[in-house]
Design a protein around this ligand. Structure first.
Ligand code: NI
Ligand code: MN
Length: 253
């Protein structure tokens, strides 16, 4: 028979409770290649920057099995919006992006949309999202003006994170910890050439006050092929963790 004194039992109870909290607070994160990922918050599936069927590295992903409630688009470039229309139509999903991008999808026939612009936040049914500055460009695939590129700060009861979208390192990132809950992690491009490389991304992580970074926007094209070990070392040397997921890999955060 297992007997515990009150003083022995309490730490075990506390540990079980904290494990339970951890499970309740955890969030599923799936990487679909390039800068495309899905998170699940309050039972809602939220997809970011879908570029799957056109990504040679993502051929193993079962595209038809991707069922989502929301599609968030950081900017208009093809490597971020290529699959958005088909996924939105198939799932009746809501496209959330800047006003110009949302209007372009409305004209194509997407019914559920939510337009935003920089500095504005909205309370969705899974949490609050703020559309924040990115330093990049944003034409849509047919050349239509795609508004200003951005990123998203997602605050929820479980996790709070920042997805920067394609961007250079910018001082504006310093505004994020002043205006949001403490971030649990950030999703940052690390491929260099079109966006920040690892050296600048680790400074971005310092600017937004986060220690855990999931790297995106690397290896897809020749210009952005990187050495994973070196990128991780750049982060480790500043006491930060760089997580590089395999395409299709799902983790709990
Ligand atoms: Ni881009
Ligand atoms: Mn891009």
């Amino acid at each position: 028979m297992l007997t515990m004194t009150k003083s022995e039992c309490l730490p075990a109870f506390k540990e079980a409770l904290s494990l339970q909290h951890k499970l309740m607070d955890s969030m599923k994160f799936t990487f679909y290649g390039h800068a495309c990922f899905m998170v699940e918050l309050k039972g809602k599936k939220i997809l970011f920057d879908p570029f799957i069927r056109y990504n040679d590295l993502a051929k193993e992903v079962d595209f038809d099995s991707i069922l989502v409630d929301y599609i968030f688009l950081s900017h208009g470039h093809e490597d971020h919006v290529a699959d958005a229309f088909d996924i939105a139509m198939k799932n009746d999903a809501t496209i959330v992006s800047n006003y110009e991008i949302v209007t372009w999808f409305q004209k194509k026939g997407v019914k559920n949309t939510h337009p935003m612009n920089h500095g504005g936040a909205w309370n969705f049914d899974f949490g609050t999202v703020k559309y924040v500055h990115a330093v990049h460009s944003s034409a849509l695939p047919d050349g239509t003006y795609g508004g200003n590129p951005g990123g998203f700060v997602v605050e929820s009861d479980s996790k709070t994170f920042y997805y920067s979208g394609d961007t250079a390192l910018t001082m504006d990132m310093k505004l994020i910890p002043l205006t949001s809950k403490k971030l649990d992690f950030a999703v940052l491009p690390i491929g260099n050439n079109f966006t920040m490389g690892a050296q600048d991304a680790v400074l971005a992580a310092e600017f937004v006050d986060v220690s855990k970074v999931i790297g995106v926007h690397f290896d897809t094209f020749g210009y952005i092929k990187i050495n994973h070990a070196i990128a991780k070392e750049v982060f480790a040397s500043k006491g930060k963790e760089l997580i590089l997921l395999n395409i299709g890999e799902c983790i709990e955060l």
